[in-house]
Write a protein that binds this ligand. Structure first.
Ligand code: TXA
Ligand code: MG
Length: 305
C-alpha cells in the first residue's frame, strides 16, 4: 500500500480524480461533513485498499455516496420514512440504513443485509461520482481511531503515501459526520447522532426517533475506538475549573491546552492540540455541551478510547 506520492488535486483536476477512481484507485474526497476516503463500490480490491490505508477493522461497513436520490434509490429498498427524509434532507448530511435492492459487495456491507447510503451536499463530490459513473463507498479519511479530517491537510497528515490522491475542496462546512438512521422500521432508529439534529428528523417524520440501545444495536462503527487525539482528554465542568487547571499546569510545568468544543471545529481543534504536542487537552463540558447530543457523543467516544 505504500506509494511514493499522494497527488494533491483541486476541483479543476476533477477529470484526473475520476480517472484514478475509475481505474480502481483510492482518493480522499471533500464532503460537507468530513473528508471521505473513496473507492468505487464495484471493485473489491479498491475497497480493500480503503480498509488497509486506514487500518480499519473489516467488520465496520462503509457508507455509499451517490450523486442523486435517483441513483441512491437503485441500490436500496426505500421505505416511506426513507422517502420523506430523502426528500427533506438530501443532498445533505444524512445517511439512511436500508435493505439492499441489488447485490452490494460484502467489503462495503461487512456482510450485513443492509447498506448505508447518502447523497453528499458537496457539488464537487457529486460531479465526481457522476464522472466515475458508479457510486463511491467512503469512510472518513483518517487513520482508524483518529479524529475525522476536515481539511485536505488533515488527510495528508494521516494518509500521505498510503492513498493515490486527495481532492482538496477546502474546509468541510459541518466538520462533523452525517447522522445515521435505520429507516427499515417505524419509529426509525438513530444509529449515530450527527450533523442533522434528531429533532429535524422527528419534525420531518412526525414521530420520535428511537435511540439505538447500547453498543450492540448502534452502528458497528460506534463499537470501535474513535475520534481520539494522541494527548489525553480531561473534561472540565466550567471555565473557572479550566482556568484553575491551566494555572496549576504552569506550576507543575505540564503542557496543557483548553478547548471550548463546537461541532464545526471539534476535530480540527483536537488535531491542532496534538500538533502543539501537549500532554493533556482540557475540554469544557458544561451543561450546554452535555445537552448537545452530537458533541457529547463524540467527546464520550474520545475519552473512552
Ligand atoms: O459524514 C459521514 O458520514 C462521513 C463522510 C465521509 O460521508 N463518513 C463517515 O464514515 O463518517 P465512517 O465510516 O467513518 O462512519 C460510517 C458509520 C459507521 O459507524 C458504520 O458502522 C455505519 O456508518 N454503517 C455503515 N453501514 C452500516 C449499516 N449497513 N448498518 C449500520 N451502520 C452502518
Ligand atoms: Mg469515521
Amino acid at each position: 500500500m505504500q506509494h511514493l506520492t499522494t497527488e494533491h488535486l483541486y476541483p479543476h483536476n476533477i477529470e484526473r480524480a475520476a480517472d484514478i477512481l475509475k481505474r480502481g484507485g483510492v482518493v480522499a474526497v471533500p464532503t460537507e461533513t468530513v473528508y471521505g476516503l473513496a473507492a468505487r463500490i464495484d471493485n473489491d480490491e479498491a475497497l480493500r485498499n480503503v480498509f488497509a490505508a486506514k487500518g480499519r477493522p473489516s467488520d465496520n461497513p462503509l457508507i455509499v455516496h451517490c450523486a442523486s436520490i435517483e441513483q441512491l434509490a437503485t441500490l436500496v429498498q426505500m421505505t416511506p420514512s426513507a422517502l420523506r427524509l430523502a426528500d427533506a434532507c438530501m443532498p445533505g448530511p444524512l445517511t439512511l440504513v436500508l435493505e439492499a435492492a441489488v447485490p452490494i459487495s460484502e467489503v462495503v456491507t461487512a456482510g450485513l443485509p443492509t447498506v448505508a447510503v447518502r447523497v453528499p451536499a458537496n457539488d464537487v463530490l457529486r460531479r465526481l461520482i457522476d464522472l466515475v459513473g458508479v457510486p463511491l463507498a467512503a469512510p472518513s479519511a483518517n487513520v482508524s481511531g483518529r479524529p475525522s479530517p476536515t481539511t485536505a491537510a488533515h488527510v495528508m497528515e494521516d494518509l500521505a503515501g498510503r492513498i493515490d490522491a486527495v481532492m482538496d475542496g477546502g474546509p468541510c462546512r459541518h466538520g462533523m459526520e452525517s447522522t445515521v438512521v435505520d429507516c427499515r422500521s417505524v419509529p426509525v432508529v438513530l444509529l449515530r447522532p450527527g450533523a442533522i439534529p434528531a429533532s429535524k428528523i422527528e419534525h420531518v417524520l412526525g414521530h420520535n426517533v428511537r435511540r439505538a440501545m447500547g453498543s450492540e444495536e448502534g452502528s458497528p462503527g460506534m463499537r470501535h475506538r474513535h475520534y481520539a487525539p494522541t494527548a489525553s482528554i480531561r473534561l472540565v465542568e466550567s471555565m473557572a475549573e479550566m482556568r484553575q487547571a491551566l494555572d496549576d499546569a504552569h506550576v507543575t510545568r505540564t503542557r496543557l491546552c483548553g478547548i471550548v468544543p463546537v461541532a464545526e471545529s471539534l476535530y480540527a481543534d483536537l488535531r491542532a492540540a496534538d500538533a502543539l504536542n501537549v500532554e493533556q487537552i482540557l475540554v469544557l463540558c458544561d451543561h450546554t455541551v452535555q445537552a448537545d447530543e452530537v458533541l457529547w457523543n463524540r467527546l464520550r467516544k474520545a475519552i473512552e478510547s
